[in-house]
Design a binder for this molecule. Structure first.
Ligand code: UDP
Ligand code: MG
Length: 337
């Protein structure tokens, strides 16, 4: 019933890992924008992903003065994909917007995302128009990655789209049906489908602190993406094997015929050794690819939870309840709806 008289609830989901330096600036910029777009009908779900700095302290101080902030404290660092999953699971909104804490995703775009959603879009993607705040190396590797991924996988990833987007409650519910532990969120978002609107934006440089994604972490994320959405690397070994076996057979025939005509020819040490090493290497690569998949099957089969929550700090802060009990009741009823 309340659904009709009250505007819908918007949830912002913010994974935070060692972001103490930026969070104050983040809230200062984001809250007025949300107030303008949603009045009091919004919540900010901050997930503390096992930070080692004062991130939790900063979050709690901000939340103690503001009932619309919720803090989910994870037991350790589970990685961005898991933190994002936790935030999306905990969010109560009719629309959920994952956003980075470092202000690289401009909050000024939120009203545009919300407008498209109110007009009926189920997913509103924010797409970077350029990558000029990235290093040359990152630009080249990102570009190559999208090519390789979209070539290997049936699921096509939209290029230059990160986790910054708006998703409708229906999409959130669909995401919750995907039980995998290895979560490549970009791929999962794309996999569930729904109607999509794309909004271009200019990505800013990090406002403070440093990126948590080193080259090695990015490489692993890339592997995650490909192994989650394509089995081609696994299957390709069959075809490569067939081609090599056929060539070997033809070469064998050639040697037999040559031996019959010209007699036994002993030299051949160099070609033998190089072929031996070549095939040894090839087999190891094949085994490694199989290992990537077997390892993931092993992880999935253990069925461990994706993240663990130490504590949820809800909007029910004593001082807040005392000063404004109705707001708490309103927020609580929104969640049930
Ligand atoms: N993040 C996280 N857990 C991690 C690493 C990152 O929750 O293990 C968060 C981080 O706090 C930020 C977002 O994910 O809000 C994006 O991280 P970052 O800015 O380091 O990534 P980049 O923008 O360099 O891709
Ligand atoms: Mg960043």
């Amino acid at each position: 019933m309340a659904e009709y008289d009250e505007p819908k609830l918007i949830s912002l989901v913010v994974p935070c890992y060692n972001e103490a330096e930026v969070l104050e600036a983040f809230f200062a910029r984001v809250v007025p924008i949300l107030e303008a777009v949603a009045g009091s009908r919004f919540e900010i779900v901050c997930v503390n992903d096992g930070s080692t700095d004062d991130t939790l302290g900063v979050l709690l101080r901000a939340a103690s003065g503001d009932g619309r902030l919720r803090v989910i404290d994870l037991t350790r660092n589970f990685g961005k994909e898991a933190a994002l999953t936790a935030g999306i699971d905990e969010a109560h909104g009719d629309a959920v917007i994952p956003i980075d804490a470092d202000l690289q995703d401009p909050p000024e775009l939120i009203p545009t995302l919300v407008t498209h959603w109110r007009e009926g879009a189920e997913v509103v993607l924010a797409q970077r128009v350029s990558r000029n705040t990235d290093t040359l190396l990152k630009r080249i590797t990102a570009n190559a990655y999208y090519r390789v991924h979209n070539c290997l996988s049936d699921l096509k990833l939209p290029e230059n789209v990160g986790d910054f987007r708006l998703i409708d409650r229906a999409v959130v519910n669909a995401l919750k049906l995907l039980p995998e532990r290895h979560r490549f969120m970009k791929g999962l978002f794309a996999w569930v489908g729904f109607s999509i609107v794309i909004v271009p934006y200019e990505r800013e440089a990090r406002s403070a602190g440093e990126s948590k994604f080193s080259g090695w972490r990015l490489w692993n994320l890339a592997l995650e993406g490909i192994t989650s959405f394509s089995t081609l690397p696994l299957r390709s070994w069959t075809y490569l094997g067939c081609v090599i076996a056929s060539l070997a057979f033809l070469y064998g025939m050639y040697i037999v015929v040559r031996t019959m005509i010209l007699g036994v020819d002993v030299p051949g040490y160099a070609s033998l050794l190089s072929l031996l090493l070549f095939f040894g290497g090839l087999q190891l690569i094949g085994l490694g690819v199989v290992g990537e998949y077997v390892g993931r099957i092993y992880d999935e089969s253990k069925g461990r939870p994706i993240y663990l929550v130490r504590r949820r700090y809800h909007e029910l802060w004593p001082q807040d309840t005392a000063s404004n009990p109705r707001r708490v009741v309103r927020l609580a009823s929104a969640k049930r709806g």
